[in-house]
Design a protein. Structure first.
Length: 489
C-alpha cells in the first residue's frame, strides 16, 4: 500500500495527491510536514497541492462525470462498489484508526470504535439508500410528469481537522451514491487518513477520476474548489468565518453550498434530571475528542437547586478523565490538534478568568506530558452567558457552567448565541423535554442523551452554525438536481 504504516506504529509514509486514480506529487514539487500532536514530532511529508493541482483534480472529476462512467452506471452496480469501500474500511480498521489517532491526537479507542466504523456505515448507508429512492410521478388528464434526481456533477468537499475520516466519508459517500464525482480537501493539520481513501477507492473498483483528494492550503486549493465553474456543489465543514468566505467565492458561479459550521451548544440540566446520568452525559458531551467537536455541549446550564451538587459530581468525574498517549488503550482524552490550537484554548481560559469566571479544575497544560499538546480537562463555573467564554467557540476541553432559575430563563440563555447547532436537555419530565427542545433554536436536539445519530435524519445547524441539511434524503436533495419531465400522453 502506498501509504502503509511502518512497523513501529509511530510514523506513516509520505502522502501524495490522489488525482484520476493515481498518487502524484504536487506540480510545484512542494511538500509540508504533518505533525503528531502527542509529540510535536514530524509524522509524515505531505504533498502541498496548489491552485494548478486543484484545477487538475477538478478537471479529472469533470472528465469522469462527463464520460458517464459513474453517473450512468446502474445504481445497483454503483451501490456494490460503495459497499465494497465500506467492507475495505472495516478490513483496514486498525491501520486507519492508528493513522487517525496519530494525526489528530485522539484516543485510539474512539478512532477504532467510532470514527472508522462510522465511516464504513456512511458508505453502506448511502449505497443502500440510493437503491431505494422513491421517485415521483404525477398524472394529469393529457400529460404525465415524473421527477428525475440527476447527479449534480463535480462536487467539492472541504473538511476540517477534528473528525477527518468520519466527516469526509459522511459527505463523499452521499455525493458518490447520488452519482457525482468528488474532489476532497482534508485540513492541513490532519491529511493522512483522507489520502488512504484513494487506494480504498481503487481497490473497490471506483473508476479513475470519480474521487480525487488534494492536500494543501485552504487559501489556494480551497479557494479554487469553491470558485471553479465546473464545480456544481460545495459541501464545507469548518469555522463559521471560513464558511462565509467559501459562500462568497461560491457566489461567483451561483454554486449551491451546504455549510456545517461552528457551535456553542447549551447542555441544560434541570432539577428533575437523573443527576448521575446527566453528569456522565455532560462529561461525554464536552470532553469526547478533547472537546474538539462542533456538537459539544460546551455551555452547561444548571438549575439553581442542583447547582452545587452537580458541580461537585461533575468535577469529581473530570478528575477521573485519563489524559495521555492517544495510542494507549486506556486513554480517555488525547492531545489537542496543534500547538497553535492549544494556545487558543489556553488563552480562552485566561480570558474567562479575567472576565470573572471561577476555575473548578484544570486550567493548564498537563505537567507530566510537556512534549505534546496535552491540556487538562478544565471546568469554568459561575459563568455569565454574556462572557466571551460563553459566546465564542473554544473547541477544546473547557465547558463553562452557567446557573439558571427557571425553564424560561434556560431557553433564553440557550438561544442567546450566534450559533444554533445542537442542544441537550436532561430532565425526567418528557413534557418539559418536548417544550424546551421545541423552543431552542438549533438544528439538532437530544433529550437525556447526546450525539446519538440516525443517518436517516437531517443533520445541520441554524444561525451561524450553517446552511442546509445533510443526512438521508436531505443529502440526496443537495447532491442531486431535481428535473421535472412532462410528457404529452
Ligand atoms: N457543523 C458541523 O457539522 C461541524 C463539524 C465539524 C467541525 N465544525 C467546525 O469546524 C471548526 C474546526 O475546524 P477547522 O479549524 O479545520 O475549520 P477551518 O474553517 O479552519 O477549516 C476547515 C477547512 O477549510 C479549509 N479552508 C480554509 N480556508 C479556506 C478558504 N478560504 N476556502 C476554502 N477552504 C478553506 C481548511 O483548509 C480546512 O480544510 C469548528 O468551528 C467546528 O465547530 C463544524
Ligand atoms: O464535529 C462535528 C461533528 C460532526 C458530525 C457529523 O457530521 C455526523 O455525525 O454526521
Amino acid at each position: 500500500m502506498a501509504n502503509e504504516l511502518v512497523a513501529d506504529n509511530t510514523t506513516v509514509q509520505d502522502a501524495k495527491l490522489f488525482i484520476d486514480g493515481q498518487y502524484v506529487d504536487a506540480i510545484s514539487g512542494e511538500t509540508f510536514d504533518t505533525i503528531n500532536p502527542a509529540t510535536n514530532q514530524k509524522l509524515a511529508t505531505v504533498a502541498k497541492g496548489g491552485e494548478e493541482d486543484a484545477n487538475r483534480a477538478i478537471e479529472a472529476a469533470h472528465k469522469a462525470f462527463a464520460s458517464g462512467v459513474w453517473s450512468n452506471m446502474p445504481v445497483e452496480k454503483r451501490s456494490e462498489i460503495l459497499c465494497r469501500m465500506a467492507d475495505l474500511i472495516l478490513e483496514k480498521v486498525e491501520q486507519l484508526a492508528y493513522v487517525e489517532t496519530l494525526d489528530v491526537g485522539k484516543p485510539i479507542r474512539e478512532s477504532r470504535e467510532f470514527d472508522i466504523p462510522r465511516a464504513a456505515s456512511n458508505f453502506r448507508f448511502f449505497a443502500e439508500m440510493a437503491k431505494y429512492m422513491v421517485h415521483e410521478h404525477y398524472d394529469m388528464a393529457n400529460h404525465m410528469s415524473y421527477v428525475q434526481y440527476a447527479p449534480a456533477g463535480v462536487t467539492s468537499l472541504i473538511i476540517p481537522w477534528n473528525l477527518p475520516f468520519m466527516q469526509m466519508t459522511w459527505k463523499a459517500s452521499a455525493a458518490l451514491a447520488a452519482g457525482n464525482t468528488v474532489v476532497i480537501k482534508p485540513a492541513s493539520d490532519t491529511p493522512l487518513s483522507a489520502v488512504l481513501l484513494g487506494e480504498i477507492a481503487n481497490e473497490a473498483g471506483l473508476p479513475p477520476g470519480v474521487l480525487n483528494i488534494i492536500t494543501g492550503p485552504g487559501s489556494t486549493v480551497g479557494t479554487v474548489m469553491a470558485k471553479h465553474p465546473y464545480v456544481q456543489r460545495i459541501s464545507f465543514v469548518g469555522e463559521s468565518e471560513t464558511g462565509k468566505t467559501v459562500m462568497r467565492n461560491a457566489a461567483e458561479n451561483l454554486t449551491p453550498v451546504s455549510l456545517e459550521l461552528g457551535g456553542k451548544s447549551a447542555n441544560i440540566v434541570f432539577e428533575d434530571a437523573d443527576l448521575d446520568e446527566a453528569v456522565v452525559g455532560s462529561i461525554e458531551a464536552i470532553f469526547r475528542n478533547q472537546g474538539e467537536i462542533c456538537l459539544a455541549g460546551s455551555r452547561i446550564l444548571v438549575q439553581e437547586g442542583i447547582y452545587e451538587k452537580f458541580l461537585e459530581k461533575f468535577v469529581a468525574a473530570v478528575k477521573n478523565i485519563k489524559v495521555g498517549d492517544p495510542t494507549d488503550e486506556s486513554t480517555d482524552m488525547g492531545a489537542l490538534v496543534s500547538k497553535s490550537h492549544l494556545k487558543e484554548v489556553a488563552d480562552y481560559v485566561q480570558i474567562g478568568l479575567d472576565e470573572g469566571a471561577k476555575l473548578a479544575y484544570g486550567g493548564k497544560m498537563v505537567e507530566s506530558l510537556p512534549e505534546g499538546n496535552f491540556y487538562e480537562p478544565t471546568v469554568l463555573y459561575d459563568v455569565h452567558n454574556k462572557m466571551r467564554v460563553a459566546q465564542e467557540e473554544i473547541f477544546g476541553p473547557v465547558p463553562v457552567i452557567i446557573p439558571f432559575k427557571t425553564e424560561e430563563e434556560a431557553i433564553e440563555i440557550a438561544n442567546d448565541s450566534i450559533y444554533g447547532l445542537a442542544g441537550v436537555v436532561w430532565t425526567n419530565d418528557l413534557r418539559r423535554g418536548q417544550r424546551v427542545t421545541s423552543q431552542v433554536h438549533s438544528g439538532l436536539l437530544w433529550v437525556n442523551c447526546w450525539y446519538v445519530r440516525d443517518l436517516r435524519t437531517p443533520f445541520g445547524g441554524a444561525k451561524a452554525s450553517g446552511i442546509g441539511r445533510e443526512g438521508g434524503r436531505h443529502s440526496f436533495d443537495f447532491y442531486t438536481e431535481a428535473k421535472t419531465i412532462t410528457i404529452k400522453k
